[in-house]
Write a protein that binds this ligand. Structure first.
Ligand SMILES: [Zn+2]
Length: 336
């Protein structure tokens, strides 16, 4: 026994030292993290003076944490410049977030077996890539996200989660293109039923939707900074806008009122979230979540963030086209 120790004692000793060191460092970090977290919330006003450097959490420079802690969960229903049609106005049925309602509905009507899992649509090769993506995510963003994650319970005990917003993702619904208000409301109710009840997500996945006549609709009930369900791997820290219709070549065409509404909505989001876009360079999550990268735009099309070999064609139109019309029209001077 003694010989064993004599032979291996440097290894055993370094092993114990490592454990001791781990406890010490780990505890220190947890304590600092906890302290800073409560500081962030209680002293949101003095955020500017607070240094987070010791935590080694990379905060993209264009996000505004003070605004995040003060306003997450608030519903964004427009102002004098922009009209956003509320869920009440388009007839959202809040029973759709009720688990009992979903169960009863699904006994009599068609529903998906389980809560819809995007991984089910992956090929085997893509499945392994998606696993890699989740490892990337854990390595690069988990501590960041856990640090800022907040939650709020709303209708029917449905808990919404919140994170600072880094970017905007544009989609299309790949559904019906409508210009008539009544038809748009019916289409919204259908999307709500399909996602919240039949897919069992308990709410509509998008934050905003825009119809063919340029009407803007409130999406999920989570409100400001809520994490939606719209882009696998990129739901955290993004706001989603969905153009109602199918905008792939040969299908529906974007209308001028829709484009105008999209520009107005992006401007409203930038203002409301107090995103600093003055530098026009954004430190965003890479599409494969392997870290962050500087990009020229905080606006992405869903297809640019899809890891599948044949990425989704969403939002149908070229995201570059959307970025061009948005950036050439954004009244940046009016934002500050
Ligand atoms: Zn999409």
């Amino acid at each position: 026994m003694f010989l064993f120790f004599k032979k291996y004692y440097p290894i055993i000793l370094s092993f114990f030292l490592l454990i001791l060191f781990g406890f010490f460092i780990g505890d220190g970090l947890i304590e600092k993290r906890y302290l800073t977290s409560s500081l962030l919330q209680s002293k949101a006003d003095s955020m500017d003076q607070l240094s987070l450097e010791h935590l080694r959490i990379d905060i993209p420079p264009h996000i505004n944490l003070t605004n995040f802690y003060k306003t997450y969960g608030q519903r964004m229903l427009g102002n004098d410049q922009i009209n956003i049609i509320s869920r009440e106005e388009w007839g959202a049925d809040n029973r759709y977030s009720d688990i009992q309602f979903i169960e009863d509905f699904c006994q009599k009507n068609y529903c998906y077996e389980d809560r819809y899992n995007p991984e089910d649509t992956f090929s085997e090769k893509e499945y392994w890539r998606s696993l890699e993506l989740s490892i990337n995510y854990k390595k690069n963003f988990e501590s960041y996200d856990n640090f800022f994650l907040q939650s709020l319970k709303k209708e029917n005990d449905f808990v919404y989660y919140y994170l600072p917003v880094e970017g905007i993702v544009i989609h299309h619904t790949a559904g019906k293109f409508t210009t008539n208000f009544q038809e748009s409301k019916e289409e919204l109710q259908k999307i709500h039923l399909m996602t919240a009840v039949q897919r069992k997500w308990r709410d509509i996945g998008y934050h905003y939707l825009i119809d063919g006549a340029g009407r803007i609709y409130e999406g999920n009930l989570g409100g400001k900074y809520s994490i939606g369900t719209h882009a696998y791997g990129h739901n955290k820290g993004t706001v989603s806008i969905s153009l109602m219709g199918d905008f792939r070549p040969g299908h529906n065409k974007l209308t001028e009122p829709m484009e105008k509404a999209l520009i107005n909505l992006v401007e409203y989001i930038i203002k409301e979230y107090q995103l600093d876009i003055s530098k026009r360079e954004f430190y965003l999550r890479k599409p494969d979540l392997s870290g962050r990268e500087m990009t020229q735009s905080l606006i992405k099309g869903h297809m640019e963030l899809d890891i599948r070999e044949e990425p989704t064609e969403c939002p149908g139109v070229d995201p570059e086209y959307l970025r061009n019309i948005i950036y050439s029209s954004l009244n940046t001077s009016a934002l500050y």
